[in-house]
Each structure stands twice: as C-alpha cells, then as structure tokens.
Design a protein around this ligand. Structure first.
Ligand SMILES: [Fe+2]
Length: 201
C-alpha cells in the first residue's frame, strides 16, 4: 500500500522518503525552537532581583535569533513538500519534554535552569544535524548554523554560573529545578564569603 505521509514532491535529488524523514526531524526541531523562544520570553518577564536588568535585556536578542531559526526551520519543512505544524496544540502534543518549571525567581536561579534548557536543546539539535547530514546536507548545514548561535547563547548563560576557577555551579544537575537550586545556593555562599571577607577589613 502506498504511504500517505509522503510528500508529492520534495527538493531535487532527494527521494520522497528522504524528504519525509528530514521533515520529521525538522518538525521536532521546530517544536523545540518555538518552545525555547517562548521560554526565553517567560524568563524575561519573570526574572527578579538585583541582576534583573542584565538578564532581562540579555534575553531579547536571543528571542529574536531563535524566532528567526523557527522561521527558517518551518520554511525548510515546507520546501521539502511537507506542511509544518506551528500551532501551540501541535507543539504540546508532539514534544517529549516538560514545560519550563520555574515562575518568578532570581536571575541566578533562572540562569541555572536555562543552562539545563540549553543543554537539552543543543544536544538534540546536534543529533538532528548529524542525522540530516547523511540525508540532506542543506538541512544539516541549516542546523549547524543554528548551533553556532545556540552554543554562543549557552556560553552567555554559563558565564554567569562559572567560577574564576572554571567550575559551573550547575555541574552534575540534570533538572531545571535542581540547577536553579544549585546555582542559587552557590551564589548565596559566595556572597556570604565576600561579605565576611569585607567585614574583616
Ligand atoms: Fe520585553
């Protein structure tokens, strides 16, 4: 029986099966990037505390860049002959991860959680880039281009969590809440040490 999920046409030199497989990989990336853009705005609105403005303003260029990635991925899916699904309902139904789990919180807590978010998005993006490289180098190239920016943004986040010795306060954590708690605790203990060192003068 003929497959009904195959595109009637796809880009030259790919088979309909290859076009369909590439689109499936890209749909998952479309969901992840749409989710990331919304999560970054959610943090932009919910960050509080002394570092509010630095984090609030750092995030908007990331939102803009990620939205551009969303558009490029959706248009690549359409170019491959497959309709991209861009509605919130489709995103929630298809995603394999949970909603961002932190509401109003301090800058360091959100940055700790965002470290975990970027780890997840980048790891999956790299896996998608590797898989598409074999089927469709143009899609692979698109995803690698995103990784240049996503990994830079991840460094911006991690630079806030890094000690002068090069250790990350979120080291070993795999959950947003765990990373937020670890980053917050580390910042408080460093702050307390600085205070007591200052008090001795
Ligand atoms: Fe804003």
């Amino acid at each position: 029986m003929a497959r009904t999920d195959l595109p009637r046409f796809t880009v030259p030199s790919l088979t309909p099966e290859e076009g369909a497989r590439t689109a499936v990989i890209l749909q998952d990336r479309l969901n992840a990037l749409n989710d990331l853009a919304l999560t970054l705005k959610h943090i932009h609105w919910n960050v509080v505390g002394p570092h509010f403005i630095a984090v609030h303003e750092m995030l908007d260029p990331q939102v803009e860049a990620v939205r551009a990635m969303v558009d490029a991925v959706a248009e690549r899916i359409a170019t491959l002959g497959v309709p991209p699904r861009g509605t919130p309902g489709a995103l929630v139904a298809e995603r394999t991860w949970d909603d961002y789990s932190i509401g109003r919180a301090g800058a360091i807590e959100h940055l700790g959680a965002l470290d975990t978010v970027y780890q997840g998005v980048i790891s999956a993006h790299r896996a998608a880039a590797e898989e598409t490289e074999e089927i469709d180098t143009v899609t692979g190239d698109l995803l690698v281009g995103h990784l240049h920016e996503l990994e830079l943004f991840h460094w911006f986040v991690r630079a806030h969590l890094e000690s002068s010795g090069g250790a990350l306060s979120t080291e070993g954590s795999t959950t947003e809440k765990g990373s937020a708690a670890q980053a917050g605790a580390k910042a408080r203990s460093t702050g307390a040490k600085t205070k007591s060192a200052g008090g001795k003068k």
